[in-house]
Write a protein that binds this ligand. Structure first.
Ligand code: ATP
Ligand SMILES: Cc1cn([C@H]2C[C@H](O)[C@@H](COP(=O)(O)O)O2)c(=O)[nH]c1=O
Length: 216
């Protein structure tokens, strides 16, 4: 039986997903709630190797189906090796990206057959779905500004053009609008602290965490 919670974080690059996942994990642990932090692609030794291939900017010849399948392969490994055991233990699993990233980056943005991406991911996850998803929404120019500031060379996905990344943003907003019960859209241009407080308050209510002001 799966007693835990799968909470996912989605959105364009530089939206602050990793930053917020770290802060939320510290908060949950301070409330004595066991949690597991994961990221995609990766999160397992095999997934981390697949990640290197997927993001390598020199591998320009990668076909669209290979890209879809590699993201799904990393995800299949993560689900079986890390996510399901953590959910069985009753952990709150905080996952930096999940299936919705594939629906948007491999389906909606390149205008690929969305049903194909969904079908492959159903196989990869066995149909596992997040309980709650936070979309850290950010305009493309701000995403680029943050990535430049980080000073890291653009990876294979970041190198796709501005039009592609505009569609990534639009794709996430459409997913969120189609599933308002699961999705919470957060304005990621707000300060780190305000973004954190918005997500923390929502997650605490969602998980039914009773807290005293002094605990924070
Ligand atoms: N609310 C914020 N305001 C301004 N800068 C922020 C904010 N949140 C995060 N940052 C900064 O933006 C950069 C990207 O943050 P982070 O790595 O957490 O984003 P991410 O969504 O995980 O990115 P990626 O998808 O590329 O891994 C970092 O330099 C971080 O310090
Ligand atoms: C899970 C997943 C990710 N991507 C893309 C999105 C990013 O550009 C990179 C890596 O993610 P990170 O958050 O920057 O660490 O991969 C994707 O295209 N499809 C996916 O399913």
């Amino acid at each position: 039986m799966l007693n835990g919670w799968l909470i996912t974080f989605e959105g364009p690059e530089g939206g602050g997903k990793s930053t917020q996942v770290q802060r939320l994990a510290a908060y949950l642990r301070s409330m004595n709630l066991p949690c597991t932090l994961l990221r995609e692609p990766g999160g397992t030794p095999i997934g981390d190797r697949i990640r290197q291939i997927l993001l390598d900017p020199t591998l320009r010849e990668m076909t669209q189906r290979t890209e879809i399948l590699l993201y799904a392969a990393s995800r299949a490994q993560l689900v079986e090796e890390r996510i399901l055991p953590a959910l069985k233990r009753g952990d709150v699993v905080l996952c930096d990206r999940f299936v919705d990233s594939s629906l948007v980056y491999q389906g909606y943005a390149p205008e690929w057959d969305l049903d194909e991406v969904k079908a492959i991911n159903r196989i990869a996850t066995g149909g596992l779905r997040p309980h709650r998803t936070y979309l850290l929404d950010l305009p493309v120019d701000e995403s680029e500004r943050r990535l430049k500031k980080r000073g890291k060379l653009a990876d294979r996905i970041e190198q796709k053009g501005q039009g592609y990344h505009e569609r990534v943003r639009e794709g996430f907003l459409r997913l969120a609008a189609a599933d308002p019960q699961r999705y919470v859209v957060v304005d990621a241009t707000d300060s780190e602290d305000r973004v954190f407080e918005r997500i923390r308050a929502d997650l605490a209510a969602f998980l039914g965490i009773e807290e005293k002001e002094v605990d924070r």
